[in-house]
Ligand binder design. Structure first.
Ligand code: BDR
Ligand code: CA
Length: 305
């Protein structure tokens, strides 16, 4: 069992990632903390709670975090639809709760050396924790984050991936911090699911909500990101932690652009082979499509206890 906090901005793929993490049985999820990104903080918090309700796991606490990026206006995503979950309408009201940054720190303090933060949205909460609670930093096990684009184009801009673009100052703080970091960038997101794959999911409680989310999501992706299949950014990130043997990884040195006119949020990696650089992040370069798809469908098909 790995001890984790999921920091997230649901988001269709975030919702699928939460389902995968919960149903896998591989994780002790101490909390879900929310951040503004794909949608507003009210939406992402409500959506996180709604997904836990679908999973019958309302015992997992949800704490709401940053309403805006550290220094910029929120530039929310379009592919997740108006409420953030495609065509799925969350039934519960919004309602913010707690203080994500303080809770992340206190959970880590109580479980020194054990907690991995799985960061599936902009890094605003994590950066604030690093700045506001420096004494907690050495007690974090690691941060595993979805974000960046090393050798491939961006999805939010020519060069930047969405989570890095939305809050580049936060990403910069995280990248410069001494915390152990793993990133799953767009390079590893060539693993996509089709409607036929989702239709194989057998759990009667989840199957139709999943289809309600992913059908509009795929439609929006084909208009905005040039693919008609479902991008699995955040589930792949959770999966890389569940099943490291299905992943190829490499240590690199990367920094985040905060000032560029055209390059806001670009993850700039040292790729010159002859340069000696201190690696500061592990990058997941490749995930086995075959293993991910088989495991994703199998795990989401398990009956709920
Ligand atoms: C990331 O951006 C969001 O839209 C997704 O949820 C994912 O975390 C992909 O660039
Ligand atoms: Ca996300």
């Amino acid at each position: 069992m790995k001890d984790i906090i999921i920091d997230t901005d649901p988001g269709v793929d975030d919702a699928l990632a939460i389902m995968l993490a919960v149903k896998s049985g591989n994780f002790r999820i101490h909390a879900i903390t929310t951040v503004a990104g794909n949608s507003t903080i009210d939406d992402t918090t409500r959506n996180a709670r709604f997904i836990l309700k679908l999973l019958g796991r309302e015992d997992i606490p949800v704490y709401s975090g940053a309403k805006n990026p550290l220094k910029r206006k929120l530039d929310r995503a379009v592919v997740h639809g108006k409420d953030g979950l495609g065509g799925l309408k969350p039934l519960n009201g919004p309602g913010l709760s707690g203080d994500a940054v303080e809770r992340i720190s206190s959970i880590i303090e109580r479980n020194s050396g054990k907690i991995t933060i799985v960061a599936l949205g902009p890094l605003t909460n994590i950066a604030r924790m690093i700045e506001d609670y420096p004494q907690t930093i050495p007690k974090m096990k690691s941060v595993v984050m979805m974000g960046g684009a090393i050798r491939v184009p961006g999805n939010k801009s020519r060069v930047a991936e969405f989570n890095m673009y939305v809050d580049p100052e936060a990403a910069d703080i995280v990248f410069r911090s001494p915390v152990m970091k793993t990133m799953l960038p767009l390079d590893a997101c060539d693993v996509q699911l089709s409607l036929t794959d989702f239709e194989k999911i057998r759990d009667a409680e989840l199957r139709s909500p999943i289809l309600e989310m992913v059908v509009p999501y795929m439609r929006n992706l084909s208009k905005n990101e040039g693919t008609s299949k479902a991008m699995m950014y955040d589930p792949l990130t959770v999966y890389s932690l569940m099943n490291p043997s299905a992943c190829r990884k490499r240590r690199i040195n990367a920094v985040v652009e905060t000032r560029g006119e055209f390059t806001r949020g670009m993850t700039v990696a040292e790729q010159r082979r002859w340069k000696e650089e201190n690696p500061n992040v592990t990058v997941v370069e490749k995930v086995s499509a075959r293993r991910f798809k088989a495991d994703f469908v199998r795990i989401l098909s398990k009956a709920q206890p």
